[in-house]
Design a binder for this molecule. Structure first.
Ligand code: TRP
Length: 405
């Protein structure tokens, strides 16, 4: 969903007892084998209960607990049930092409929009990625346009969706971020994210906090849920703290926290920043097949005889995990595949082919919608904030234009 950045060195520390837990998860560094339950204690978020899960729109990502925890999800669910307005914010750091892991929260958000009419905000933090990655503004701009194309291909409803790009929508983002930044001390930033290389990155959390409050600043107070990979939770925490300190007409945003799609080479998260290959959304069928056949870590046995006798382990098998996360939505079919793998009837190579087929089907549909889009600058227009919405947001945030008052 997101990737660790090159600033990992200075942030490669845990925010609690580093000797007890041998993993690091901050927005700028994800390392080690993540204990997802322990992480909740560390972050102070809550496991989703069965009762809460049952109240969300049905989706394999929730049903199978890939999105497994949250903050303040009840107020969101109550608004959904009461037919009151509610919003989703899920963003993208445009540091490169998007891969399979990045679309999970987007497709989840789309389902929520279809089922409950959620307003969806999708900010792109080109400023953050410019600061965190050693890439030119031009390169980040190219990724931004390319990523917007993928986001548009998901098929959001333009009447209920806003896409914002930090540098392109700075007229609204910047004044709000400045106001919020009054409550962001260097000590907080360093405690939550680790020491940053530049003052730009030290300021950035105020920008992401702005993203999370934007639906409410544009359209009024409403429960807002942020479905994201768990490494982004610190941004939600910081935003909640800041929102509590400002007399703004907003509720604290809630979070819906997801596990990382495993990288092809095994547990950990799928990342475009390290050596493990990742499957990009524009990958053609041969590339997908090649990547999975040659790189996917399997739960199969060393020899055919052993596999037939003892069976494979779907819980560590990456092709199976891809099916379970997202690409096989039918529970009965997924269970059948798992049972056959465990019994030894299904071989690792055969399981890989099933995963290749499903992923290829998904990508084919995504790529058709992507290819049908025209020029990004034109296609994005119906998704941009209107002048009125910009003005509303600035007024609600108490930072109307300095010149036009
Ligand atoms: N910082 C996120 C990343 O690196 C991208 C992002 C920007 C985001 N704004 C957001 C994610 C708001 C969720 C919500 O991937």
């Amino acid at each position: 969903m997101t990737e660790p950045t090159d600033t990992a060195d200075s942030t490669a520390r845990t925010d609690s007892n580093p000797t007890a837990d041998r993993f690091t998860v901050t927005p700028y560094a994800v390392e080690g084998e993540i204990d997802y339950e322990k992480l909740l204690e560390r972050f102070g978020a809550d496991q989703l209960t069965d009762e809460q899960l049952g109240r969300f729109p049905d989706h394999p990502l929730l049903r199978r607990r890939t999105f497994y925890a949250g903050r303040d999800v009840d107020s969101y669910l109550e608004a959904v049930e009461a037919g009151d307005i509610h919003a989703i914010v899920t963003g993208r750091g445009p540091s490169g092409p998007m891969h399979l892991g990045h679309v999970l929260p987007l497709y989840l958000a789309k389902r929520f929009q279809e089922v409950t009419g959620a307003t969806v905000y999708i900010p792109l933090s080109d400023d953050e990625k410019f600061l965190a990655k050693s890439q030119s503004f031009d390169a980040i701009g190219e990724h931004t346009r390319d990523n917007v194309r993928d986001i548009l291909a998901v098929g959001f409803d333009p009447d209920k969706t806003r896409i914002v790009v930090d540098t392109a929508d700075a007229d609204v983002i910047y004044p709000i971020a400045v106001r919020l930044a009054t409550h962001l001390t260097p000590a907080t930033v360093e405690a939550v994210y680790g020491e940053q290389d530049t003052v730009g990155l030290e300021f950035y959390p105020a920008v992401q906090a702005t993203h999370l409050l934007l639906p409410q600043l544009v359209s009024g107070r409403q429960p807002t849920l942020v479905p994201i990979a768990v490494d982004q939770d610190p941004h939600v925490r910081v935003c909640r703290d800041i929102a509590a300190k400002e007399a703004l007409p907003v509720a604290k945003p809630g979070a819906l926290l997801g596990r990382f799609l495993p990288s092809l080479e095994g547990p950990g998260k799928m990342s475009s920043s390290d050596d493990a290959p990742s499957i990009e959304l524009t990958a053609d069928p041969d590339t997908v097949a090649e990547a999975i056949r040659t790189h996917a870590y399997t739960g199969g046995r060393a020899t055919l005889e052993e596999h037939r006798e003892h069976g494979g382990d779907p819980t560590v098998d990456v092709p199976f995990q891809y099916l379970r996360f997202f690409f096989e939505s039918d529970d009965a079919e997924l269970e059948r595949i798992a049972a056959e793998y465990r019994s030894g009837d299904l071989l690792s190579g055969e399981l890989k082919e099933i995963a290749i087929d499903r992923i290829t089907e998904f990508l084919d549909a995504h790529q058709r919608r992507r290819a049908a889009l025209g020029d990004v600058a034109t296609e994005i227009r119906p998704y941009r904030l209107t002048d009125e919405e910009r003005q509303q947001a600035l007024e609600r945030a108490g930072v109307p234009s300095s010149l036009e008052r």
